[in-house]
Design a binder for this molecule. Structure first.
Ligand code: TYM
Length: 326
């Protein structure tokens, strides 16, 4: 069975872009793959953070992953910081990637632009991400469109390392869904929906209640025309609503548009579809959140399973690099 690996950062709240672009594909891929999913808490340290909030967000995100349908028995679900293998391998990745390659990463440029404190970790972030992926002999990495460049870098590092030191890593490929790979902000449809960039009104959070979801869609930015048509270049706001409606109901955006005449109806239909999609997830999340000890038990089990894959890979890496065995 092919191996799948992916990760998500415990920063801010999980939003609809995370769900449609990544998480629901993680769930679907559990059936026919050996799946490994990770809450990447170490990646959250690259920007200033509050320790109590990080602790809370890490556990809460693990609960949300189970709530959306990740089965911790069938898949491996763990927290990155529970394994030292990731940081050790990250150093090897840094030494195998070129400064120029890291400097070209658009996410680094976006996140460092205008920031008072740019950490070294923000710059080497994609090397840690490559370690995450390559430690698990990963064949496929399900992600949204914004992660494509990072996965390409992980591939380049794997190929370079194998060329220099002999066959060590499986070369992974990104799996980017045709629909939902780039959910845009509801207020600023030219930027992606995110935990921080667009402001509170622009992102649907998975824990938003139905009234809040309806309100955010009602206020979503459209355009000064009246025609409901899928055309992302000239109608970004309307097209984003159609993409969300389509992704939430299992149709293409163009099919989702059929029979909808007015912007108000499009907003109402999209809100309704998203509310129905999120309702069972929210119910499960609240049950799981009531028992943090059970979450911690599942995560400890996940860390053991993850280590049983990552540790032999790291031994192989060390040996092929010529590090003396310990
Ligand atoms: P993160 O935490 O920003 O996002 C988690 C996943 O959600 C996807 N995503 C979106 N998809 C569609 N529309 C959007 N608006 C949207 N916003 C986010 C992301 O593409 C991602 O798949 N660096 C990664 C985490 C990571 C990782 C890894 C991923 C660390 N190590 C190894 C894969 C493999 C990140 O910050 O994702």
């Amino acid at each position: 069975m092919a191996r799948v690996f992916s990760g998500i950062k415990p920063t801010g709240s999980v939003h609809l872009g995370n769900l449609l672009g990544a998480l629901r594909h993680w769930v679907a891929m559990q059936d026919e793959h050996q799946a490994v999913y990770c809450v990447v808490d170490l990646h959250a340290l690259t920007v200033p953070h509050d320790p109590d909030e990080l602790r809370r967000a890490t556990r809460s995100l693990a609960q949300m992953l189970v709530a959306v349908g990740i089965d911790p028995e069938r898949s491996t679900l763990f927290v990155q910081g529970h394994l030292t293998e990731h940081t050790e391998c990250a150093w090897v990745m840094e030494c195998t990637s070129a400064f120029g390659e890291l400097r070209r990463m658009t996410q680094f440029k976006d996140k460092s632009d205008g920031s008072d404190f740019v950490s070294g970790g923000l710059f080497t972030y994609p090397a840690l991400q490559a370690a995450d992926i390559l430690l698990y002999d990963t064949d496929q990495v399900p992600v949204g469109e914004d992660q494509r460049q990072h996965i390409e870098l992980a591939r380049d590092i794997a190929v370079r390392f194998n060329g220099r030191y002999g066959d060590t890593f499986v070369v992974p490929e990104a799996v980017i869904p045709p629909a939902g790979a780039r959910v845009m902000d509801l207020q600023y449809p030219e930027i992606k929906m995110s935990k921080s960039d667009g402001g509170e009104q622009g992102a649907i959070l998975l824990l938003d209640d139905p009234a809040m979801i309806a309100k955010k869609f009602k206020r979503a930015v459209t355009d000064s025309e009246t025609e409901v048509r899928f055309d992302p270049t000239s109608k970004p706001g309307v097209s984003n609503l159609l993409s969300i409606l389509g992704a939430a109901t299992g149709q293409s955006p163009a099919t989702a548009a059929v029979g909808i005449e007015r912007y108000g109806d499009l907003k109402a239909a999209t809100a309704e579809a998203v509310i129905s999609l999120l309702r069972p997830i929210q119910d499960r999340y609240h049950e799981l959140a009531a028992d943090p000890a059970e979450t911690d038990r599942l995560l400890a089990m996940g860390a053991d399973k993850a280590r049983s894959i990552a540790s032999p890979t790291l031994d192989r890496v060390r040996d092929n690099l010529g590090l003396l065995s310990r």
